[in-house]
Structure formats: structure tokens, C-alpha cells
Design a binder for this molecule. Structure first.
Ligand code: PMP
Length: 412
């Protein structure tokens, strides 16, 4: 067995919920790919906003409103430097990754694509990067193509020659798969798609929280992610796009805050990014996300990625010892992010999750919003353990013991 990674970092202590006991045992939270826990300073930032500065933004000429606006816009600056966007005007606050991708489909794609144009996706997409395109297909008759997934859970790059032609106007793929853990070779994909004149969107819901992501270095066109998967609150997400592209796009939602001048007959739009932020935004949530970004940045995204890879290598080696455990995705830790999805022969994933819950271990069981990918592997459901900076090697030991217990109880 590999020696446990050095992880006496103390990060676990920053998260109040991880002091909780479930069934009188310390909580082992291995469901961060669904949503992460929040450090105390994120909770403090949100409480302090509501206790001291609460007001609407961009509207009032009074002290509280100015303070709220300053804090909300400061959060945008933090996101801007976190992903190295070239301008704060490129950073649009949404509710989550799902809303960001719907914005892309209903604004950019609806304005720029016609019937017969192609959007290229992959077989490993989360429903958030599939259903908005299926809706657009119903609405304007685009064609969808899919990059196949190999048995090892990688994108089948050889298929690109046949899939990528001048009819492809957009490539939209997951940077990291939420099921397979695969880190996709996005530099190569971006270059190939640009080679046929297509734009590229990355679903970065599982990458931005876990590793350094630099939109300028990637040379990508659009990027989406969610605050709640990176130590921030729910209700806040990011849609990033190149300024020239965003400027040329029509608004997605209409209402207050996104306009410049409105008469009964006409309307003109506000400047970026406000053109895409209709109505009262998620103010406390943006501020909470800003605090989360400060927290992650102080630790360093490369450090977080290294910690998760060490945990993943340890977990992969431990799981390889369990007879009947079938892992989905690549078997080497340096090709994947910090999550393990698997099935156990003879044990339903829900029974795995219930057995682990008895031991205060939280994992996920089901299709993880990726039904076509499960169909590709011929399984209805799987179990997923996912890691973040607050996880430690002893929690993986407990996971392995719990899986062995599930086998004893259920396998036939
Ligand atoms: N894409 C991927 C790869 C995801 O893992 C998730 C969340 N499971 C989403 C999109 C959707 O994120 P949200 O529910 O925050 O919109």
C-alpha cells in the first residue's frame, strides 16, 4: 500500500461542519463534486454583509447601497484575477454553471447559429451541458455531435477528424468529468476546434475549484463554473466570455439593471457585464464567493491540486485491493481529478451509500446527472467518492473499510 500522503495541513479545521458528528462519529465528507463545504470565513463574510451592509446594489445613493455595491463589485475583481480574465467586464454573475450554459445557448448560440449548424459535445457531459443544447436543437434545428468516450474513460481523440468540420460552430465540453474524473486535453481540443473556425466553451464546474485555470493561457472563448463547488455559497455562478463576443451578444434575461434607457417603445442595453445581470443579483452570495476565492488563493490552487492527486493515488491503490470494485475512468492519478466513481459487484450503489452513511461517510450514488455516460458503460448507476482540500488519508481508510462492510452485507 502507498504511504499516506502528507496531509496534516489543518485545512479540515477551517470548516465548522466538519467538526460535526453523525451517528456519534466524525463526519467524513466525500461528496464535494456535488457541493463543497464552506470555511468559517465564507460564513463570516456573508453574515457580516447581512449584519452591517445589507442593501440593494447599483441603485441607491445611500451609504449602505454604496457599501453593498463596492463589496459586490470587489467579488467580481477577485473572480477576474482568479481565472486571469483580461477584463472584469468579461465576468458575469449567474446562479450556477447550469444557468451560465443556458445563457450561452440562448444568447450567443441562438443569435449566431442556424438550422444545420453543429454543436460538438462529448458522451461524458453532465446534463447541464447537454439539455440546453437539446432545447436549442428543438428550437432552431441545430445538429448535435458527440465525441465518444473510450473504455478507460478518455475522449476518443481519433474521432475528431470525422467530427470536426466547417459546420461545427461550437465545441462545448467538460474540462474535468464529474463521473470519470478525467482531466480532458482541452488545449488540444481548443486548438483543433479553432482550426475549423469553431468557438469553444469549457464546462469548468469540476476544474476551476480544484486546479489553476487561466482563461487567457487556455485561449478558450467561454467558460462556466459554480461557486458552491469551490467553498462558496449556492446561488452564485460565473459565466466568462471574451469581451468582443459578449459585446456582440443579445441579453439573455430582461428586466432591471441590464438596461441603459427604456421608453415604452425602445430599450438600450447596459454595458458589460450588467447587460447579462437582470434583476437583483445574489449579492451576499457573490461576496461569499469572493471570500472563498481569497481562501483558496491563499492556499494556492496548485497546492490544492497536488493534495487531491496524492489522496487520489492513495485511494486508487487502496481500491485496487477490493475484489469486485470496478472503477470508471483512467487508472492513473495524474490523469484525473480528485474523485473516484465505481461499482461493487453484487451491491447496489444506494446500498453502498447507505452502508457508508451508517459510518458517517457521505458519498453520492446514482447517475450523477450523466445518464448517457452511464448508458455508454452499460450501468444504470454508480457510487462516487470525491475529495477536496479538507479530506485526509484516514478518511480514505474509513471509506475502504466501509466498502468491505457493504460487500459483507450485500454481495451474493
Ligand atoms: N457540469 C459539471 C461537470 C458538474 O459536475 C455540475 C454539477 N454536478 C454541473 C455542470 C452543474 O452545476 P450546477 O448544478 O451548479 O449548475
Amino acid at each position: 500500500m502507498a504511504s499516506p500522503p502528507v496531509d496534516q495541513s489543518g485545512w479540515r479545521a477551517d470548516f465548522p461542519i466538519l467538526q460535526r458528528k453523525i451517528h456519534d462519529m466524525p463526519l467524513i465528507y466525500l461528496d464535494s463534486a456535488a457541493s463543497t463545504q464552506k470555511p468559517q470565513r465564507v460564513l463570516d463574510a456573508m453574515t457580516s454583509f447581512y449584519a452591517q451592509h445589507n442593501s440593494n446594489v447599483h441603485r441607491g445613493i445611500h451609504t449602505l447601497s454604496e457599501e453593498a455595491t463596492t463589496a459586490y463589485e470587489a467579488a467580481r475583481d477577485k473572480v477576474t484575477s482568479f481565472i486571469n480574465a483580461s477584463s472584469r467586464q468579461e465576468v458575469v454573475f449567474t446562479r450556477n454553471t447550469t444557468e451560465s450554459i443556458n445563457l450561452l445557448a440562448q444568447s450567443w448560440a441562438r443569435a449566431n447559429l442556424r438550422g444545420g449548424d453543429v454543436v460538438l459535445l462529448s458522451e461524458m457531459e453532465h446534463h447541464a451541458n447537454l439539455v440546453p443544447w437539446q432545447l436549442l436543437r428543438q428550437q432552431i434545428g441545430i445538429e448535435l455531435r458527440f465525441i465518444p468516450v473510450t473504455d478507460e474513460g478518455r475522449l476518443e481523440l481519433e474521432a475528431l477528424d470525422a467530427l470536426l468540420d466547417e459546420r461545427v460552430k461550437l465545441l462545448s465540453v467538460a474540462h474535468v468529468s464529474n463521473v470519470l474524473g478525467t482531466i480532458n486535453p482541452v488545449e488540444l481540443l481548443i486548438a483543433r476546434a479553432h482550426g475549423v473556425g469553431a468557438r469553444v466553451h469549457l464546462d469548468a464546474a469540476q476544474s476551476v475549484p480544484h486546479m489553476p485555470v487561466d482563461v487567457q493561457a487556455l485561449n478558450v472563448d467561454f467558460l462556466s463554473f459554480s461557486g458552491h463547488k469551490m467553498c462558496g455559497p449556492t446561488g452564485i455562478g460565473i459565466f466568462w466570455g471574451r469581451k468582443a463576443l459578449l459585446n456582440a451578444m443579445p441579453p439573455f434575461l430582461g428586466g432591471g439593471d441590464m438596461i441603459s434607457v427604456v421608453t415604452l417603445d425602445e430599450v438600450t442595453w447596459a454595458d458589460l457585464p450588467h447587460k447579462f445581470e437582470a434583476g437583483t443579483p445574489s449579492i451576499a452570495e457573490a461576496i461569499g464567493l469572493g471570500a472563498a476565492i481569497d481562501y483558496l488563493s491563499e492556499i494556492g490552487m496548485a497546492t490544492i491540486h497536488g493534495h487531491e492527486q496524492a489522496l487520489t493515488a492513495y485511494a486508487l491503490e487502496a481500491c485496487a485491493q477490493i475484489d469486485g470494485l470496478q472503477l470508471l475512468g483512467p487508472s492513473s492519478a495524474n490523469e484525473r481529478a480528485g474523485l473516484l466513481t465505481f461499482t461493487l459487484d453484487g451491491v447496489h450503489p444506494h446500498d453502498i451509500a447507505a452502508t457508508l452513511d451508517e459510518r458517517a461517510i457521505a458519498i453520492r450514488a446514482g447517475h450523477h446527472c450523466a445518464q448517457p455516460l452511464h448508458a455508454r458503460f452499460g450501468i444504470p448507476a454508480s457510487a462516487r467518492a470525491s475529495f477536496y482540500l479538507y479530506n485526509e488519508a484516514w478518511e480514505i481508510d474509513a471509506l475502504v473499510e466501509g466498502l468491505e462492510e457493504a460487500q459483507r452485507l450485500y454481495a451474493f
